[in-house]
Write a protein that binds this ligand. Structure first.
Ligand SMILES: C[S@@+](CC[C@H](N)C(=O)[O-])C[C@H]1O[C@@H](n2cnc3c(N)ncnc32)[C@H](O)[C@@H]1O
Length: 217
C-alpha cells in the first residue's frame, strides 16, 4: 500500500507531534516502513520497531537497507513479525502507531486489533491512530463543539468545525466495498477507544487524515 500511504498518509505529523517526549515507536502494520522511514530520518533519537505480517518482513528489510541504511547501522530499527489479530505487538513501547489500518476493518475486527495493542501498552504508552475522521452531519450532536462548551459549531462552519469533507465519504464507501471496512466519526473512534480501556487525549488535524492520540483510561 505504498501508493495509498503516500497519498493519504500526511507526513506533517513529523513536525506537529512532540516526538522529543518519546524514545521508542512501534509501527504496527508498518508495511515496508512507508511512515517509519521518514520518521527515523527526521527524528534520529527514536528507536523503531517495524511490525507486519511475516511475509512482509524481507521486503521491509530491503527497503530500510536501501532508504535508511544509517538506521540499521545505528541499530535504531528492529523487524518483528506480527499478526495483529492473534497477538500483541512488542510490549512497553512509548508510542504505538497505526496508520491507515483500522479503516480497513469493521468494528469487530478493529476491536480485536485495538485490544491486542492495549495489552502491549504500559501506563506511559500512547497509541497514535492515523486515519480519517468523518465530519458528523448531524447538528444535534457535535462533540467537538461540546468539548469547547458550546452546543454546535456556528454556521457556516460544518458540525465538528468542518473536520469532514466529501472525499472522506467517498473513502467510506470505498472501504465498505473493498474491505467491509469504514471511515469513522469522532464519536465512533471514541466508542472504540472506550471499549478497549483507552481515552482520546488529543486529535491532530493533518488536513486529510487525522491523528488520534489515545492514552490509558
Ligand atoms: C493499508 S496498509 C498500511 C501500511 C502502512 N501503515 C502505511 O501507512 O503505509 C495495511 C498494512 O496492514 C498489514 N496487515 C494486514 N493484515 C495484518 C495482520 N493480520 N497483522 C499485521 N499486519 C497486517 C498489511 O500487510 C499492510 O502492510
Amino acid at each position: 500500500m505504498v501508493g495509498a500511504g503516500e497519498v493519504f498518509g500526511s507526513l506533517s505529523i513529523l513536525d506537529q507531534y512532540p516526538w522529543n517526549e518519546v524514545k521508542t515507536v512501534c509501527d504496527i502494520g508498518a508495511s515496508i516502513g512507508t511512515f517509519s522511514i521518514p520518521l527515523a530520518k527526521t527524528h534520529s533519537h527514536l528507536k523503531i520497531i517495524n511490525q507486519d505480517l511475516e511475509r512482509v518482513m524481507p521486503q521491509a528489510k530491503d527497503e530500510w537497507e536501501w532508504e535508511a541504511p544509517e538506521a540499521l547501522q545505528e541499530q535504531r530499527i528492529d523487524f518483528v513479525s506480527l499478526n495483529f489479530f492473534e497477538e500483541a505487538p512488542v510490549a512497553g513501547q512509548d508510542v504505538y502507531y497505526l496508520r491507515l489500518i483500522i479503516h480497513d476493518w469493521a468494528d469487530a475486527e478493529a476491536l480485536t486489533i485495538l485490544r491486542n495493542v492495549r495489552k502491549a501498552m504500559a501506563p506511559h504508552s500512547r497509541l497514535l491512530i492515523q486515519d480519517f475522521i468523518v465530519g458528523n452531519p448531524d447538528r444535534s450532536s457535535d462533540p467537538a463543539a461540546k468539548n469547547m462548551g458550546i452546543d454546535v459549531a456556528p454556521e457556516p462552519m460544518l458540525p465538528g468545525f468542518g473536520s469532514g469533507n466529501t472525499y472522506m465519504y467517498q473513502q467510506d464507501l470505498l472501504m465498505l466495498m473493498v474491505n467491509n471496512g469504514k471511515e469513522r466519526l469522532l464519536d465512533d473512534w471514541t466508542a472504540l477507544a472506550t471499549a478497549v480501556g483507552l481515552r482520546v487525549e488529543k486529535v491532530y488535524d493533518l488536513g486529510d487524515t487525522s491523528i488520534l492520540d489515545l492514552r490509558m483510561a
